[in-house]
Design a protein around this ligand. Structure first.
Ligand SMILES: [Zn+2]
Length: 343
């Protein structure tokens, strides 16, 4: 079968690899019908050291179950499933608490030697805990939005949830990538009254406004902090969604949070520390991490199925597997917002 293998910075190849198979009795085999490229895939795309064996890529998918192991009881052959970016056993105390990304037997697809989803098929560990079976046939038009429940929509929701977005709040969203845009959707869904999108790509901030953003701040650094303060009566935002992960992003996030406010961070941190003083003296809570998107599907799926939210609009390019290297290049150059793959 064909799969995406990254061999180093800027070096993504489509290769023939051994067919995915069942290994453990708790596994399922999924034929991928939709996958995508994530903003977080761009970190290794920019920095990975050259490797002959390479790394299998991709951690978001919708697909059809082709086979299940003997111990799998809930997931059935033929099910249309969402594959969250983390696998989880569904039975440990963290899974019971809805923090599947901390599962004691869990891990992430497309990292540390685990197979990735930018491929024709893949093996799913702990199928009953990991996969979410969709209720029946799904309209093709819903596929992009269903695919976002594997990562970006659940991650944007996690940022909003951790930032304690509540009805009537002023919310600032840092980052106009797919997660930031889904964060706007999540903030509106949770009743935010004012939603400030912080980004400088005109097409993306325009989409954020269609999703519910009320203001756009394209400045960065001190100017951005000033603008957000002036837009929020001088005090800053109740809730800040940090969806980038750079040092400037976390500094801005803590600077624009009002006293007693909260920052939900979901950008993979590429900074040494959360600024200690301005969070301490303002009593600002900072939380977040890898989103337990598996836990959020129950809550978000009805809104997708009934058309109340359309997070699938973040996809602006559809490609086949052969075009995946070009898809990485286009996302890296910010020519494409988020690339969907139909293997
Ligand atoms: Zn678990």
């Amino acid at each position: 079968m064909r799969a995406t293998i990254m061999h180093g910075a800027g070096d993504v190849r489509i290769e023939n690899v051994a067919d995915a198979t069942l290994v453990d009795p708790t596994d399922a085999l999924v034929r991928v019908t939709r996958a995508c490229i994530c903003g977080s895939d761009l970190w290794p795309y920019r920095s990975m050291e050259a490797s002959e064996t390479g790394q299998s890529m991709g951690h978001e998918a919708v697909g059809v179950v082709e086979a299940v192991g003997d111990s799998v009881s809930k997931i059935k052959v033929g099910d249309l499933v969402i594959m969250p970016f983390a696998y989880s056993d569904g039975s440990c105390e963290f899974c019971h608490d809805g923090l599947q990304t901390a599962c004691v037997h869990g891990g992430f697809f497309g990292s540390a030697g685990v197979n990735g989803a930018q491929a024709e098929a893949l093996r799913i560990p702990f199928a009953d805990g990991t996969l979410y079976a969709l209720p029946g046939e799904m309209d093709e038009a819903l596929m992009p939005s269903l695919l976002t429940l594997a990562d970006v929509m659940g991650t944007g929701h996690h940022a909003a949830h951790i930032a304690q977005v509540s009805p009537g709040n002023a919310v600032a969203v840092i980052g106009d990538g797919a997660v930031g845009l889904c964060g706007v959707i999540a903030a509106k869904r949770l009743g935010a009254e004012q939603i400030i999108i912080m980004g400088r790509h005109p097409g993306r901030t325009a989409l954020a406004q269609e999703f519910g953003a009320t203001e756009v701040v394209s400045e960065r650094g001190d100017e951005a902090v000033e603008r957000v303060r002036s837009l929020t009566g001088g005090f800053g935002a109740h809730a800040v969604l940090e969806c980038v992960g750079t040092e400037q992003a976390i500094e801005t996030a803590t600077a624009i949070a009002r006293s007693g406010g909260a920052v939900g961070r979901v950008g993979v941190p590429h900074y040494p520390a959360v600024p200690p003083e301005q969070t301490f003296y303002k009593n600002v809570t900072v939380g977040g991490g890898p989103a337990p998107v598996r836990a959020y599907i129950d809550e978000l799926l009805p809104d997708v199925l009934e058309g109340r939210i359309q997070p699938g609009r973040v996809f602006d390019r559809l490609i086949g597997l052969d075009e995946v290297p070009e898809g990485y290049r286009a996302m890296d150059q910010r020519e494409a917002l988020k690339v969907m793959i139909e293997p």
